[in-house]
Design a protein around this ligand. Structure first.
Ligand code: 6CS
Ligand code: FE
Length: 299
């Protein structure tokens, strides 16, 4: 009896000939609202409604300083700069992001394991979690580029093979997020609609998309409709503050033309019940430093 290959149903078609919008078919909150953990029930409910949750002081100033020192060490190390995990700003040549910091840095590995971080992810996802992706974004001033509007899940489903929306990101500010230096913007409530984008995924898309995303970009019409329906929230906060947001929030950030860097550490937790399969809409998997294939739960 030959085993019938289990093909995972694609609930969220994307990267086809035309843009298509479908309702979310997954819970936002996979854990019970009164589940034990660092997030109080009222905050879990607002996370379910809005798709995001801010924490004013997730880590202390001293811990921020340790992370900032580590970010400087990584971004000035020629070996890290030469590594494929580093993405460089096209114009200035400065480092824009370094991926997989939870595996190349003990400081960020500790941060990932910290109950204030992994504990919140387990509470939201209702299971053990593993890191699908981590990165530090330096976003130096004087013109560092932003990220155009997109849903992370659209990319992580199409290109990394995450089947369901059981993934949560946290952006922890390592410098003050002002209303002028290219902060994160989210459309509140947009996580409940999945927008499948038009246009097939090119070969090795990540070589460009991590600088300037093209495949997986919503149309002006869709963005106009969503922004009119949901509004746009700009996140500001002191260093040490954090924004938790659902994988399917429509979000983006502007360029930073001020002299003030907007650096953050960005960690993506996926449920161990939602491990990556084959890409749903891409010719090949992305490298593991972008889309993890080690599903070991964060202890
Ligand atoms: O492609 C990705 O996985 C990354 N790109 C963006 C713009 N946000 C999510 C993620 O870090
Ligand atoms: Fe993103």
């Amino acid at each position: 009896m030959t085993a019938i290959p289990t093909t995972t149903v694609d609930l969220y078609p994307s990267r086809g000939a035309a843009e298509v919008s479908v309702p979310r078919q997954d819970p936002v909150l996979w854990g019970a609202p009164d589940a034990p953990g660092p997030i109080p029930p009222a905050d879990l409910l607002s996370y379910e409604r809005d798709g995001f949750l801010t924490v004013d002081r997730l880590i202390t100033e001293d811990e921020v300083e340790v992370c900032r020192r580590e970010l400087r060490r990584l971004t000035t190390d020629p070996a890290v700069r030469a590594d494929e995990r580093s993405v460089v700003e096209p114009e200035s040549g400065q480092i824009r992001s370094v991926f997989e910091v939870h595996r190349i840095s003990e400081v960020f590995a500790d941060l990932v394991r910290d109950e204030r971080v992994a504990g919140r992810a387990r509470q939201i996802l209702g299971s053990d979690v593993y890191v699908h992706q981590s990165r530090i974004n330096v976003k130096p001033g004087f013109g560092a580029g932003g990220f155009y509007w997109h849903s992370d899940f659209e990319t992580w489903h199409a290109e990394d093979g995450l089947p369901r929306m059981r993934t949560v990101s946290v952006s922890i500010a390592l410098t003050e997020n002002l209303d002028t230096n290219g902060g994160l913007m989210i459309m509140p409530g947009s996580h409940k609609t999945f927008l499948g984008c038009a246009g097939a995924t090119p070969e090795d898309n990540y070589r460009k998309s991590l600088r300037m995303q093209e495949a997986g970009t919503p149309s002006d019409a869709a963005l106009t409709e969503m922004a009119s329906r949901y509004g746009i929230r700009l996140f500001t906060g002191k260093a040490g503050s954090a924004t938790w947001f659902d994988c399917n929030c429509m979000h983006g950030s502007g360029d930073n033309i001020t002299p003030f860097p907007r650096s953050n550490v960005f960690i993506v937790f996926n449920s161990v019940e939602n491990t990556a399969v084959e890409p749903f809409a891409a010719p090949a998997r992305r490298p593991e430093f972008i889309g993890a294939r080690d599903f070991t739960p964060v202890e």
